[in-house]
Design a protein around this ligand. Structure first.
Ligand SMILES: Nc1nc2c(ncn2[C@@H]2O[C@H](COP(=O)(O)OP(=O)(O)OP(=O)(O)O)[C@@H](O)[C@H]2O)c(=O)[nH]1
Ligand SMILES: [Mg+2]
Length: 199
């Protein structure tokens, strides 16, 4: 849930990076952390297993400028993608203002992507949120892999983008498409927030 503090003139929003195991959620945050100036970011916290799978979440606080005199802070989280960590995913998802769904473009991961999208929908619904109304952006990651291993963006659009939300081809290992994704979700979250304020 976004917080608006009128005394300190700050807006704080929560964005959750969701998606199947190994799709590249943690790599997104690590790359962003490495590229944002130090005075714009806080400490990144990662809780991972010994093999670097996310065990609980990653957390990265960012300051992304100001609107109408309010400093905008974004708290980026990742969920653990592995199927059996659903209880943790639900906890991390609580109070999200926006979701980035990081899909794995590999052909053999298509079912995992669909299952994870359905899991997102179910977990949001349990919290009384319709997946059609929460700000959502899709990212088709790993587009750097050989073309015979991956689905092209147009095919992924057809298979996964049922809400026709903004979507970006990306390669998290080299940082391609990551800031475009972040910009799109933060704009959508802020727009929704401004629509919710009484005129
Ligand atoms: N080729 C390629 N590999 C990637 C890309 N993004 C991530 N990877 C690799 O995929 C593996 C998993 O990446 P993570 O970022 O840990 O994935 P995750 O979504 O956080 O996985 P969980 O924490 O288990 O849910 C790592 O070996 C990454 O280096 C990409 O764009 N291209
Ligand atoms: Mg991870």
């Amino acid at each position: 849930m976004s917080l608006v503090n009128f005394t300190s003139r700050e807006i704080t929003c929560k964005i959750v990076y969701y998606g199947p195991g190994r799709s590249g959620k943690t790599t997104n945050l690590q790359y962003i952390y490495g590229r944002v100036p130090e005075d714009r970011r806080g400490r990144m916290v990662s809780l991972a297993t010994q093999t670097d799978r996310t065990l609980f979440f990653d957390f990265l606080p960012l300051e992304l400028g100001s609107i109408s005199g309010f400093t905008t802070r974004f708290q980026l989280y990742t969920v653990p993608g592995q199927v059996y960590y659903n209880a943790t995913r639900k906890l991390v998802l609580q109070g999200a203002d926006g979701v980035v769904f990081v899909a794995d473009s590999q052909i053999r991961q298509l079912d995992e992507n669909i299952e994870s999208l359905q899991n997102l929908q179910a977990n949001l619904l349990e919290q009384g949120i319709d997946v059609r109304t929460i700000p959502l952006v899709l990212q088709y990651n790993k587009q750097d892999l050989p073309s015979d291993l991956i689905l092209q963006v147009a095919d992924l659009e057809e298979q996964l983008n049922f809400r026709m939300v903004p979507a970006f081809g990306a390669s998290a290992v080299v940082g391609k498409g990551l800031f475009e994704t972040l910009r799109a979700i933060s704009e959508r979250v802020l727009r929704k927030l401004s629509e919710a304020q009484p005129a």
